[in-house]
Design a protein around this ligand. Structure first.
Ligand SMILES: C[S@@+](CC[C@H](N)C(=O)[O-])C[C@H]1O[C@@H](n2cnc3c(N)ncnc32)[C@H](O)[C@@H]1O
Length: 230
């Protein structure tokens, strides 16, 4: 979009700066379309996809660091397994400067990711190696694959605590987001032939993996933070 789009020269701009018939028509029909097509208003939309790709992680990071501070307080180190490009881990590292965060993800995902004083990226396969830390953190679908190796390498051997952020449907029947639940169930059916887990499903999984207790704290929507101990 041309930066020369200004209210002051509508006639000239209508003929010289707008290339698409739709834009020209919009201008001829409604002069105020100039304002609506001003880069100040349109540019943010060009970044929506970029924002959308990380909005879930950003939202979770905010909620986790604000509502569940006590879970992270006192930890010296944490590894975010399947942590992507580190959106959540960065928020946690920023909120807890005494906590060393490691993001473990596949090489092509963490390539080019820059760490900070208390945030480092490790390229690797979680099925092969998980860096040792006080706590193992996992958010969303990475968990689904991870637990398949629970018997081979228990997270408790790697970290003292396990913290999961994921959906718990039907938890205390507090959620009313039925459409959202159905949508994610369909997504799971299509992608993994699974479905979102109820508390009972999670409890069975934790028990199978050797954990004796768990605590579920709803954080937003269907998403909860789950603390495990053995
Ligand atoms: C659904 S994304 C979740 C990313 C991040 N935890 C979040 O919630 O935004 C799952 C992540 O697991 C990573 N992943 C998948 N298989 C992996 C493996 N074998 N070892 C390490 N990371 C893996 C993917 O690259 C991806 O970044």
């Amino acid at each position: 979009m041309s930066k020369s789009l200004k209210w002051t020269k509508p006639k000239v701009l209508a003929h010289t700066s707008f290339s698409s018939p739709l834009e020209r028509r919009a201008l001829s029909v409604r002069p105020f379309a100039l304002a609506m097509l001003d880069p100040t208003l349109t540019d943010p939309w060009h970044h929506v996809s970029e924002w959308f790709k990380t909005c879930d992680a950003r939202l979770a990071a905010t909620v986790v660091t604000e509502d569940c501070r006590n879970v992270f307080e006192g930890l010296k180190s944490m590894v975010d397994v399947g942590g992507g490009t580190g959106t959540v881990a960065k928020a946690i590292a920023d909120a807890f400067t005494g906590l060393n965060c490691v993001v473990l993800d596949l090489p092509h995902v963490v390539a080019g990711c820059e760490g900070t004083e208390n945030l480092t990226f490790v390229a690797g396969d979680m099925f092969e190696y998980i860096p040792p830390a006080d706590a193992v953190f996992m958010k969303t679908r990475s968990v689904l694959k991870y637990w398949k190796i629970a018997n081979k390498q228990s997270p408790t051997k790697t970290g003292k605590e396990v913290i999961i952020v994921d959906m718990v449907v039907d938890f205390k029947k507090e959620h009313k987001a039925i459409e959202t639940q159905l949508f994610f169930d369909m997504l799971m059916i299509n992608l993994t032939s699974g479905r979102e887990r109820t508390e009972k499903d999670w409890a069975k999984l934790f028990s199978t993996a050797g954990f004796t207790s768990y605590k579920i704290t709803p954080v937003f929507g269907l998403r909860s933070l789950i603390e495990l101990s053995s």
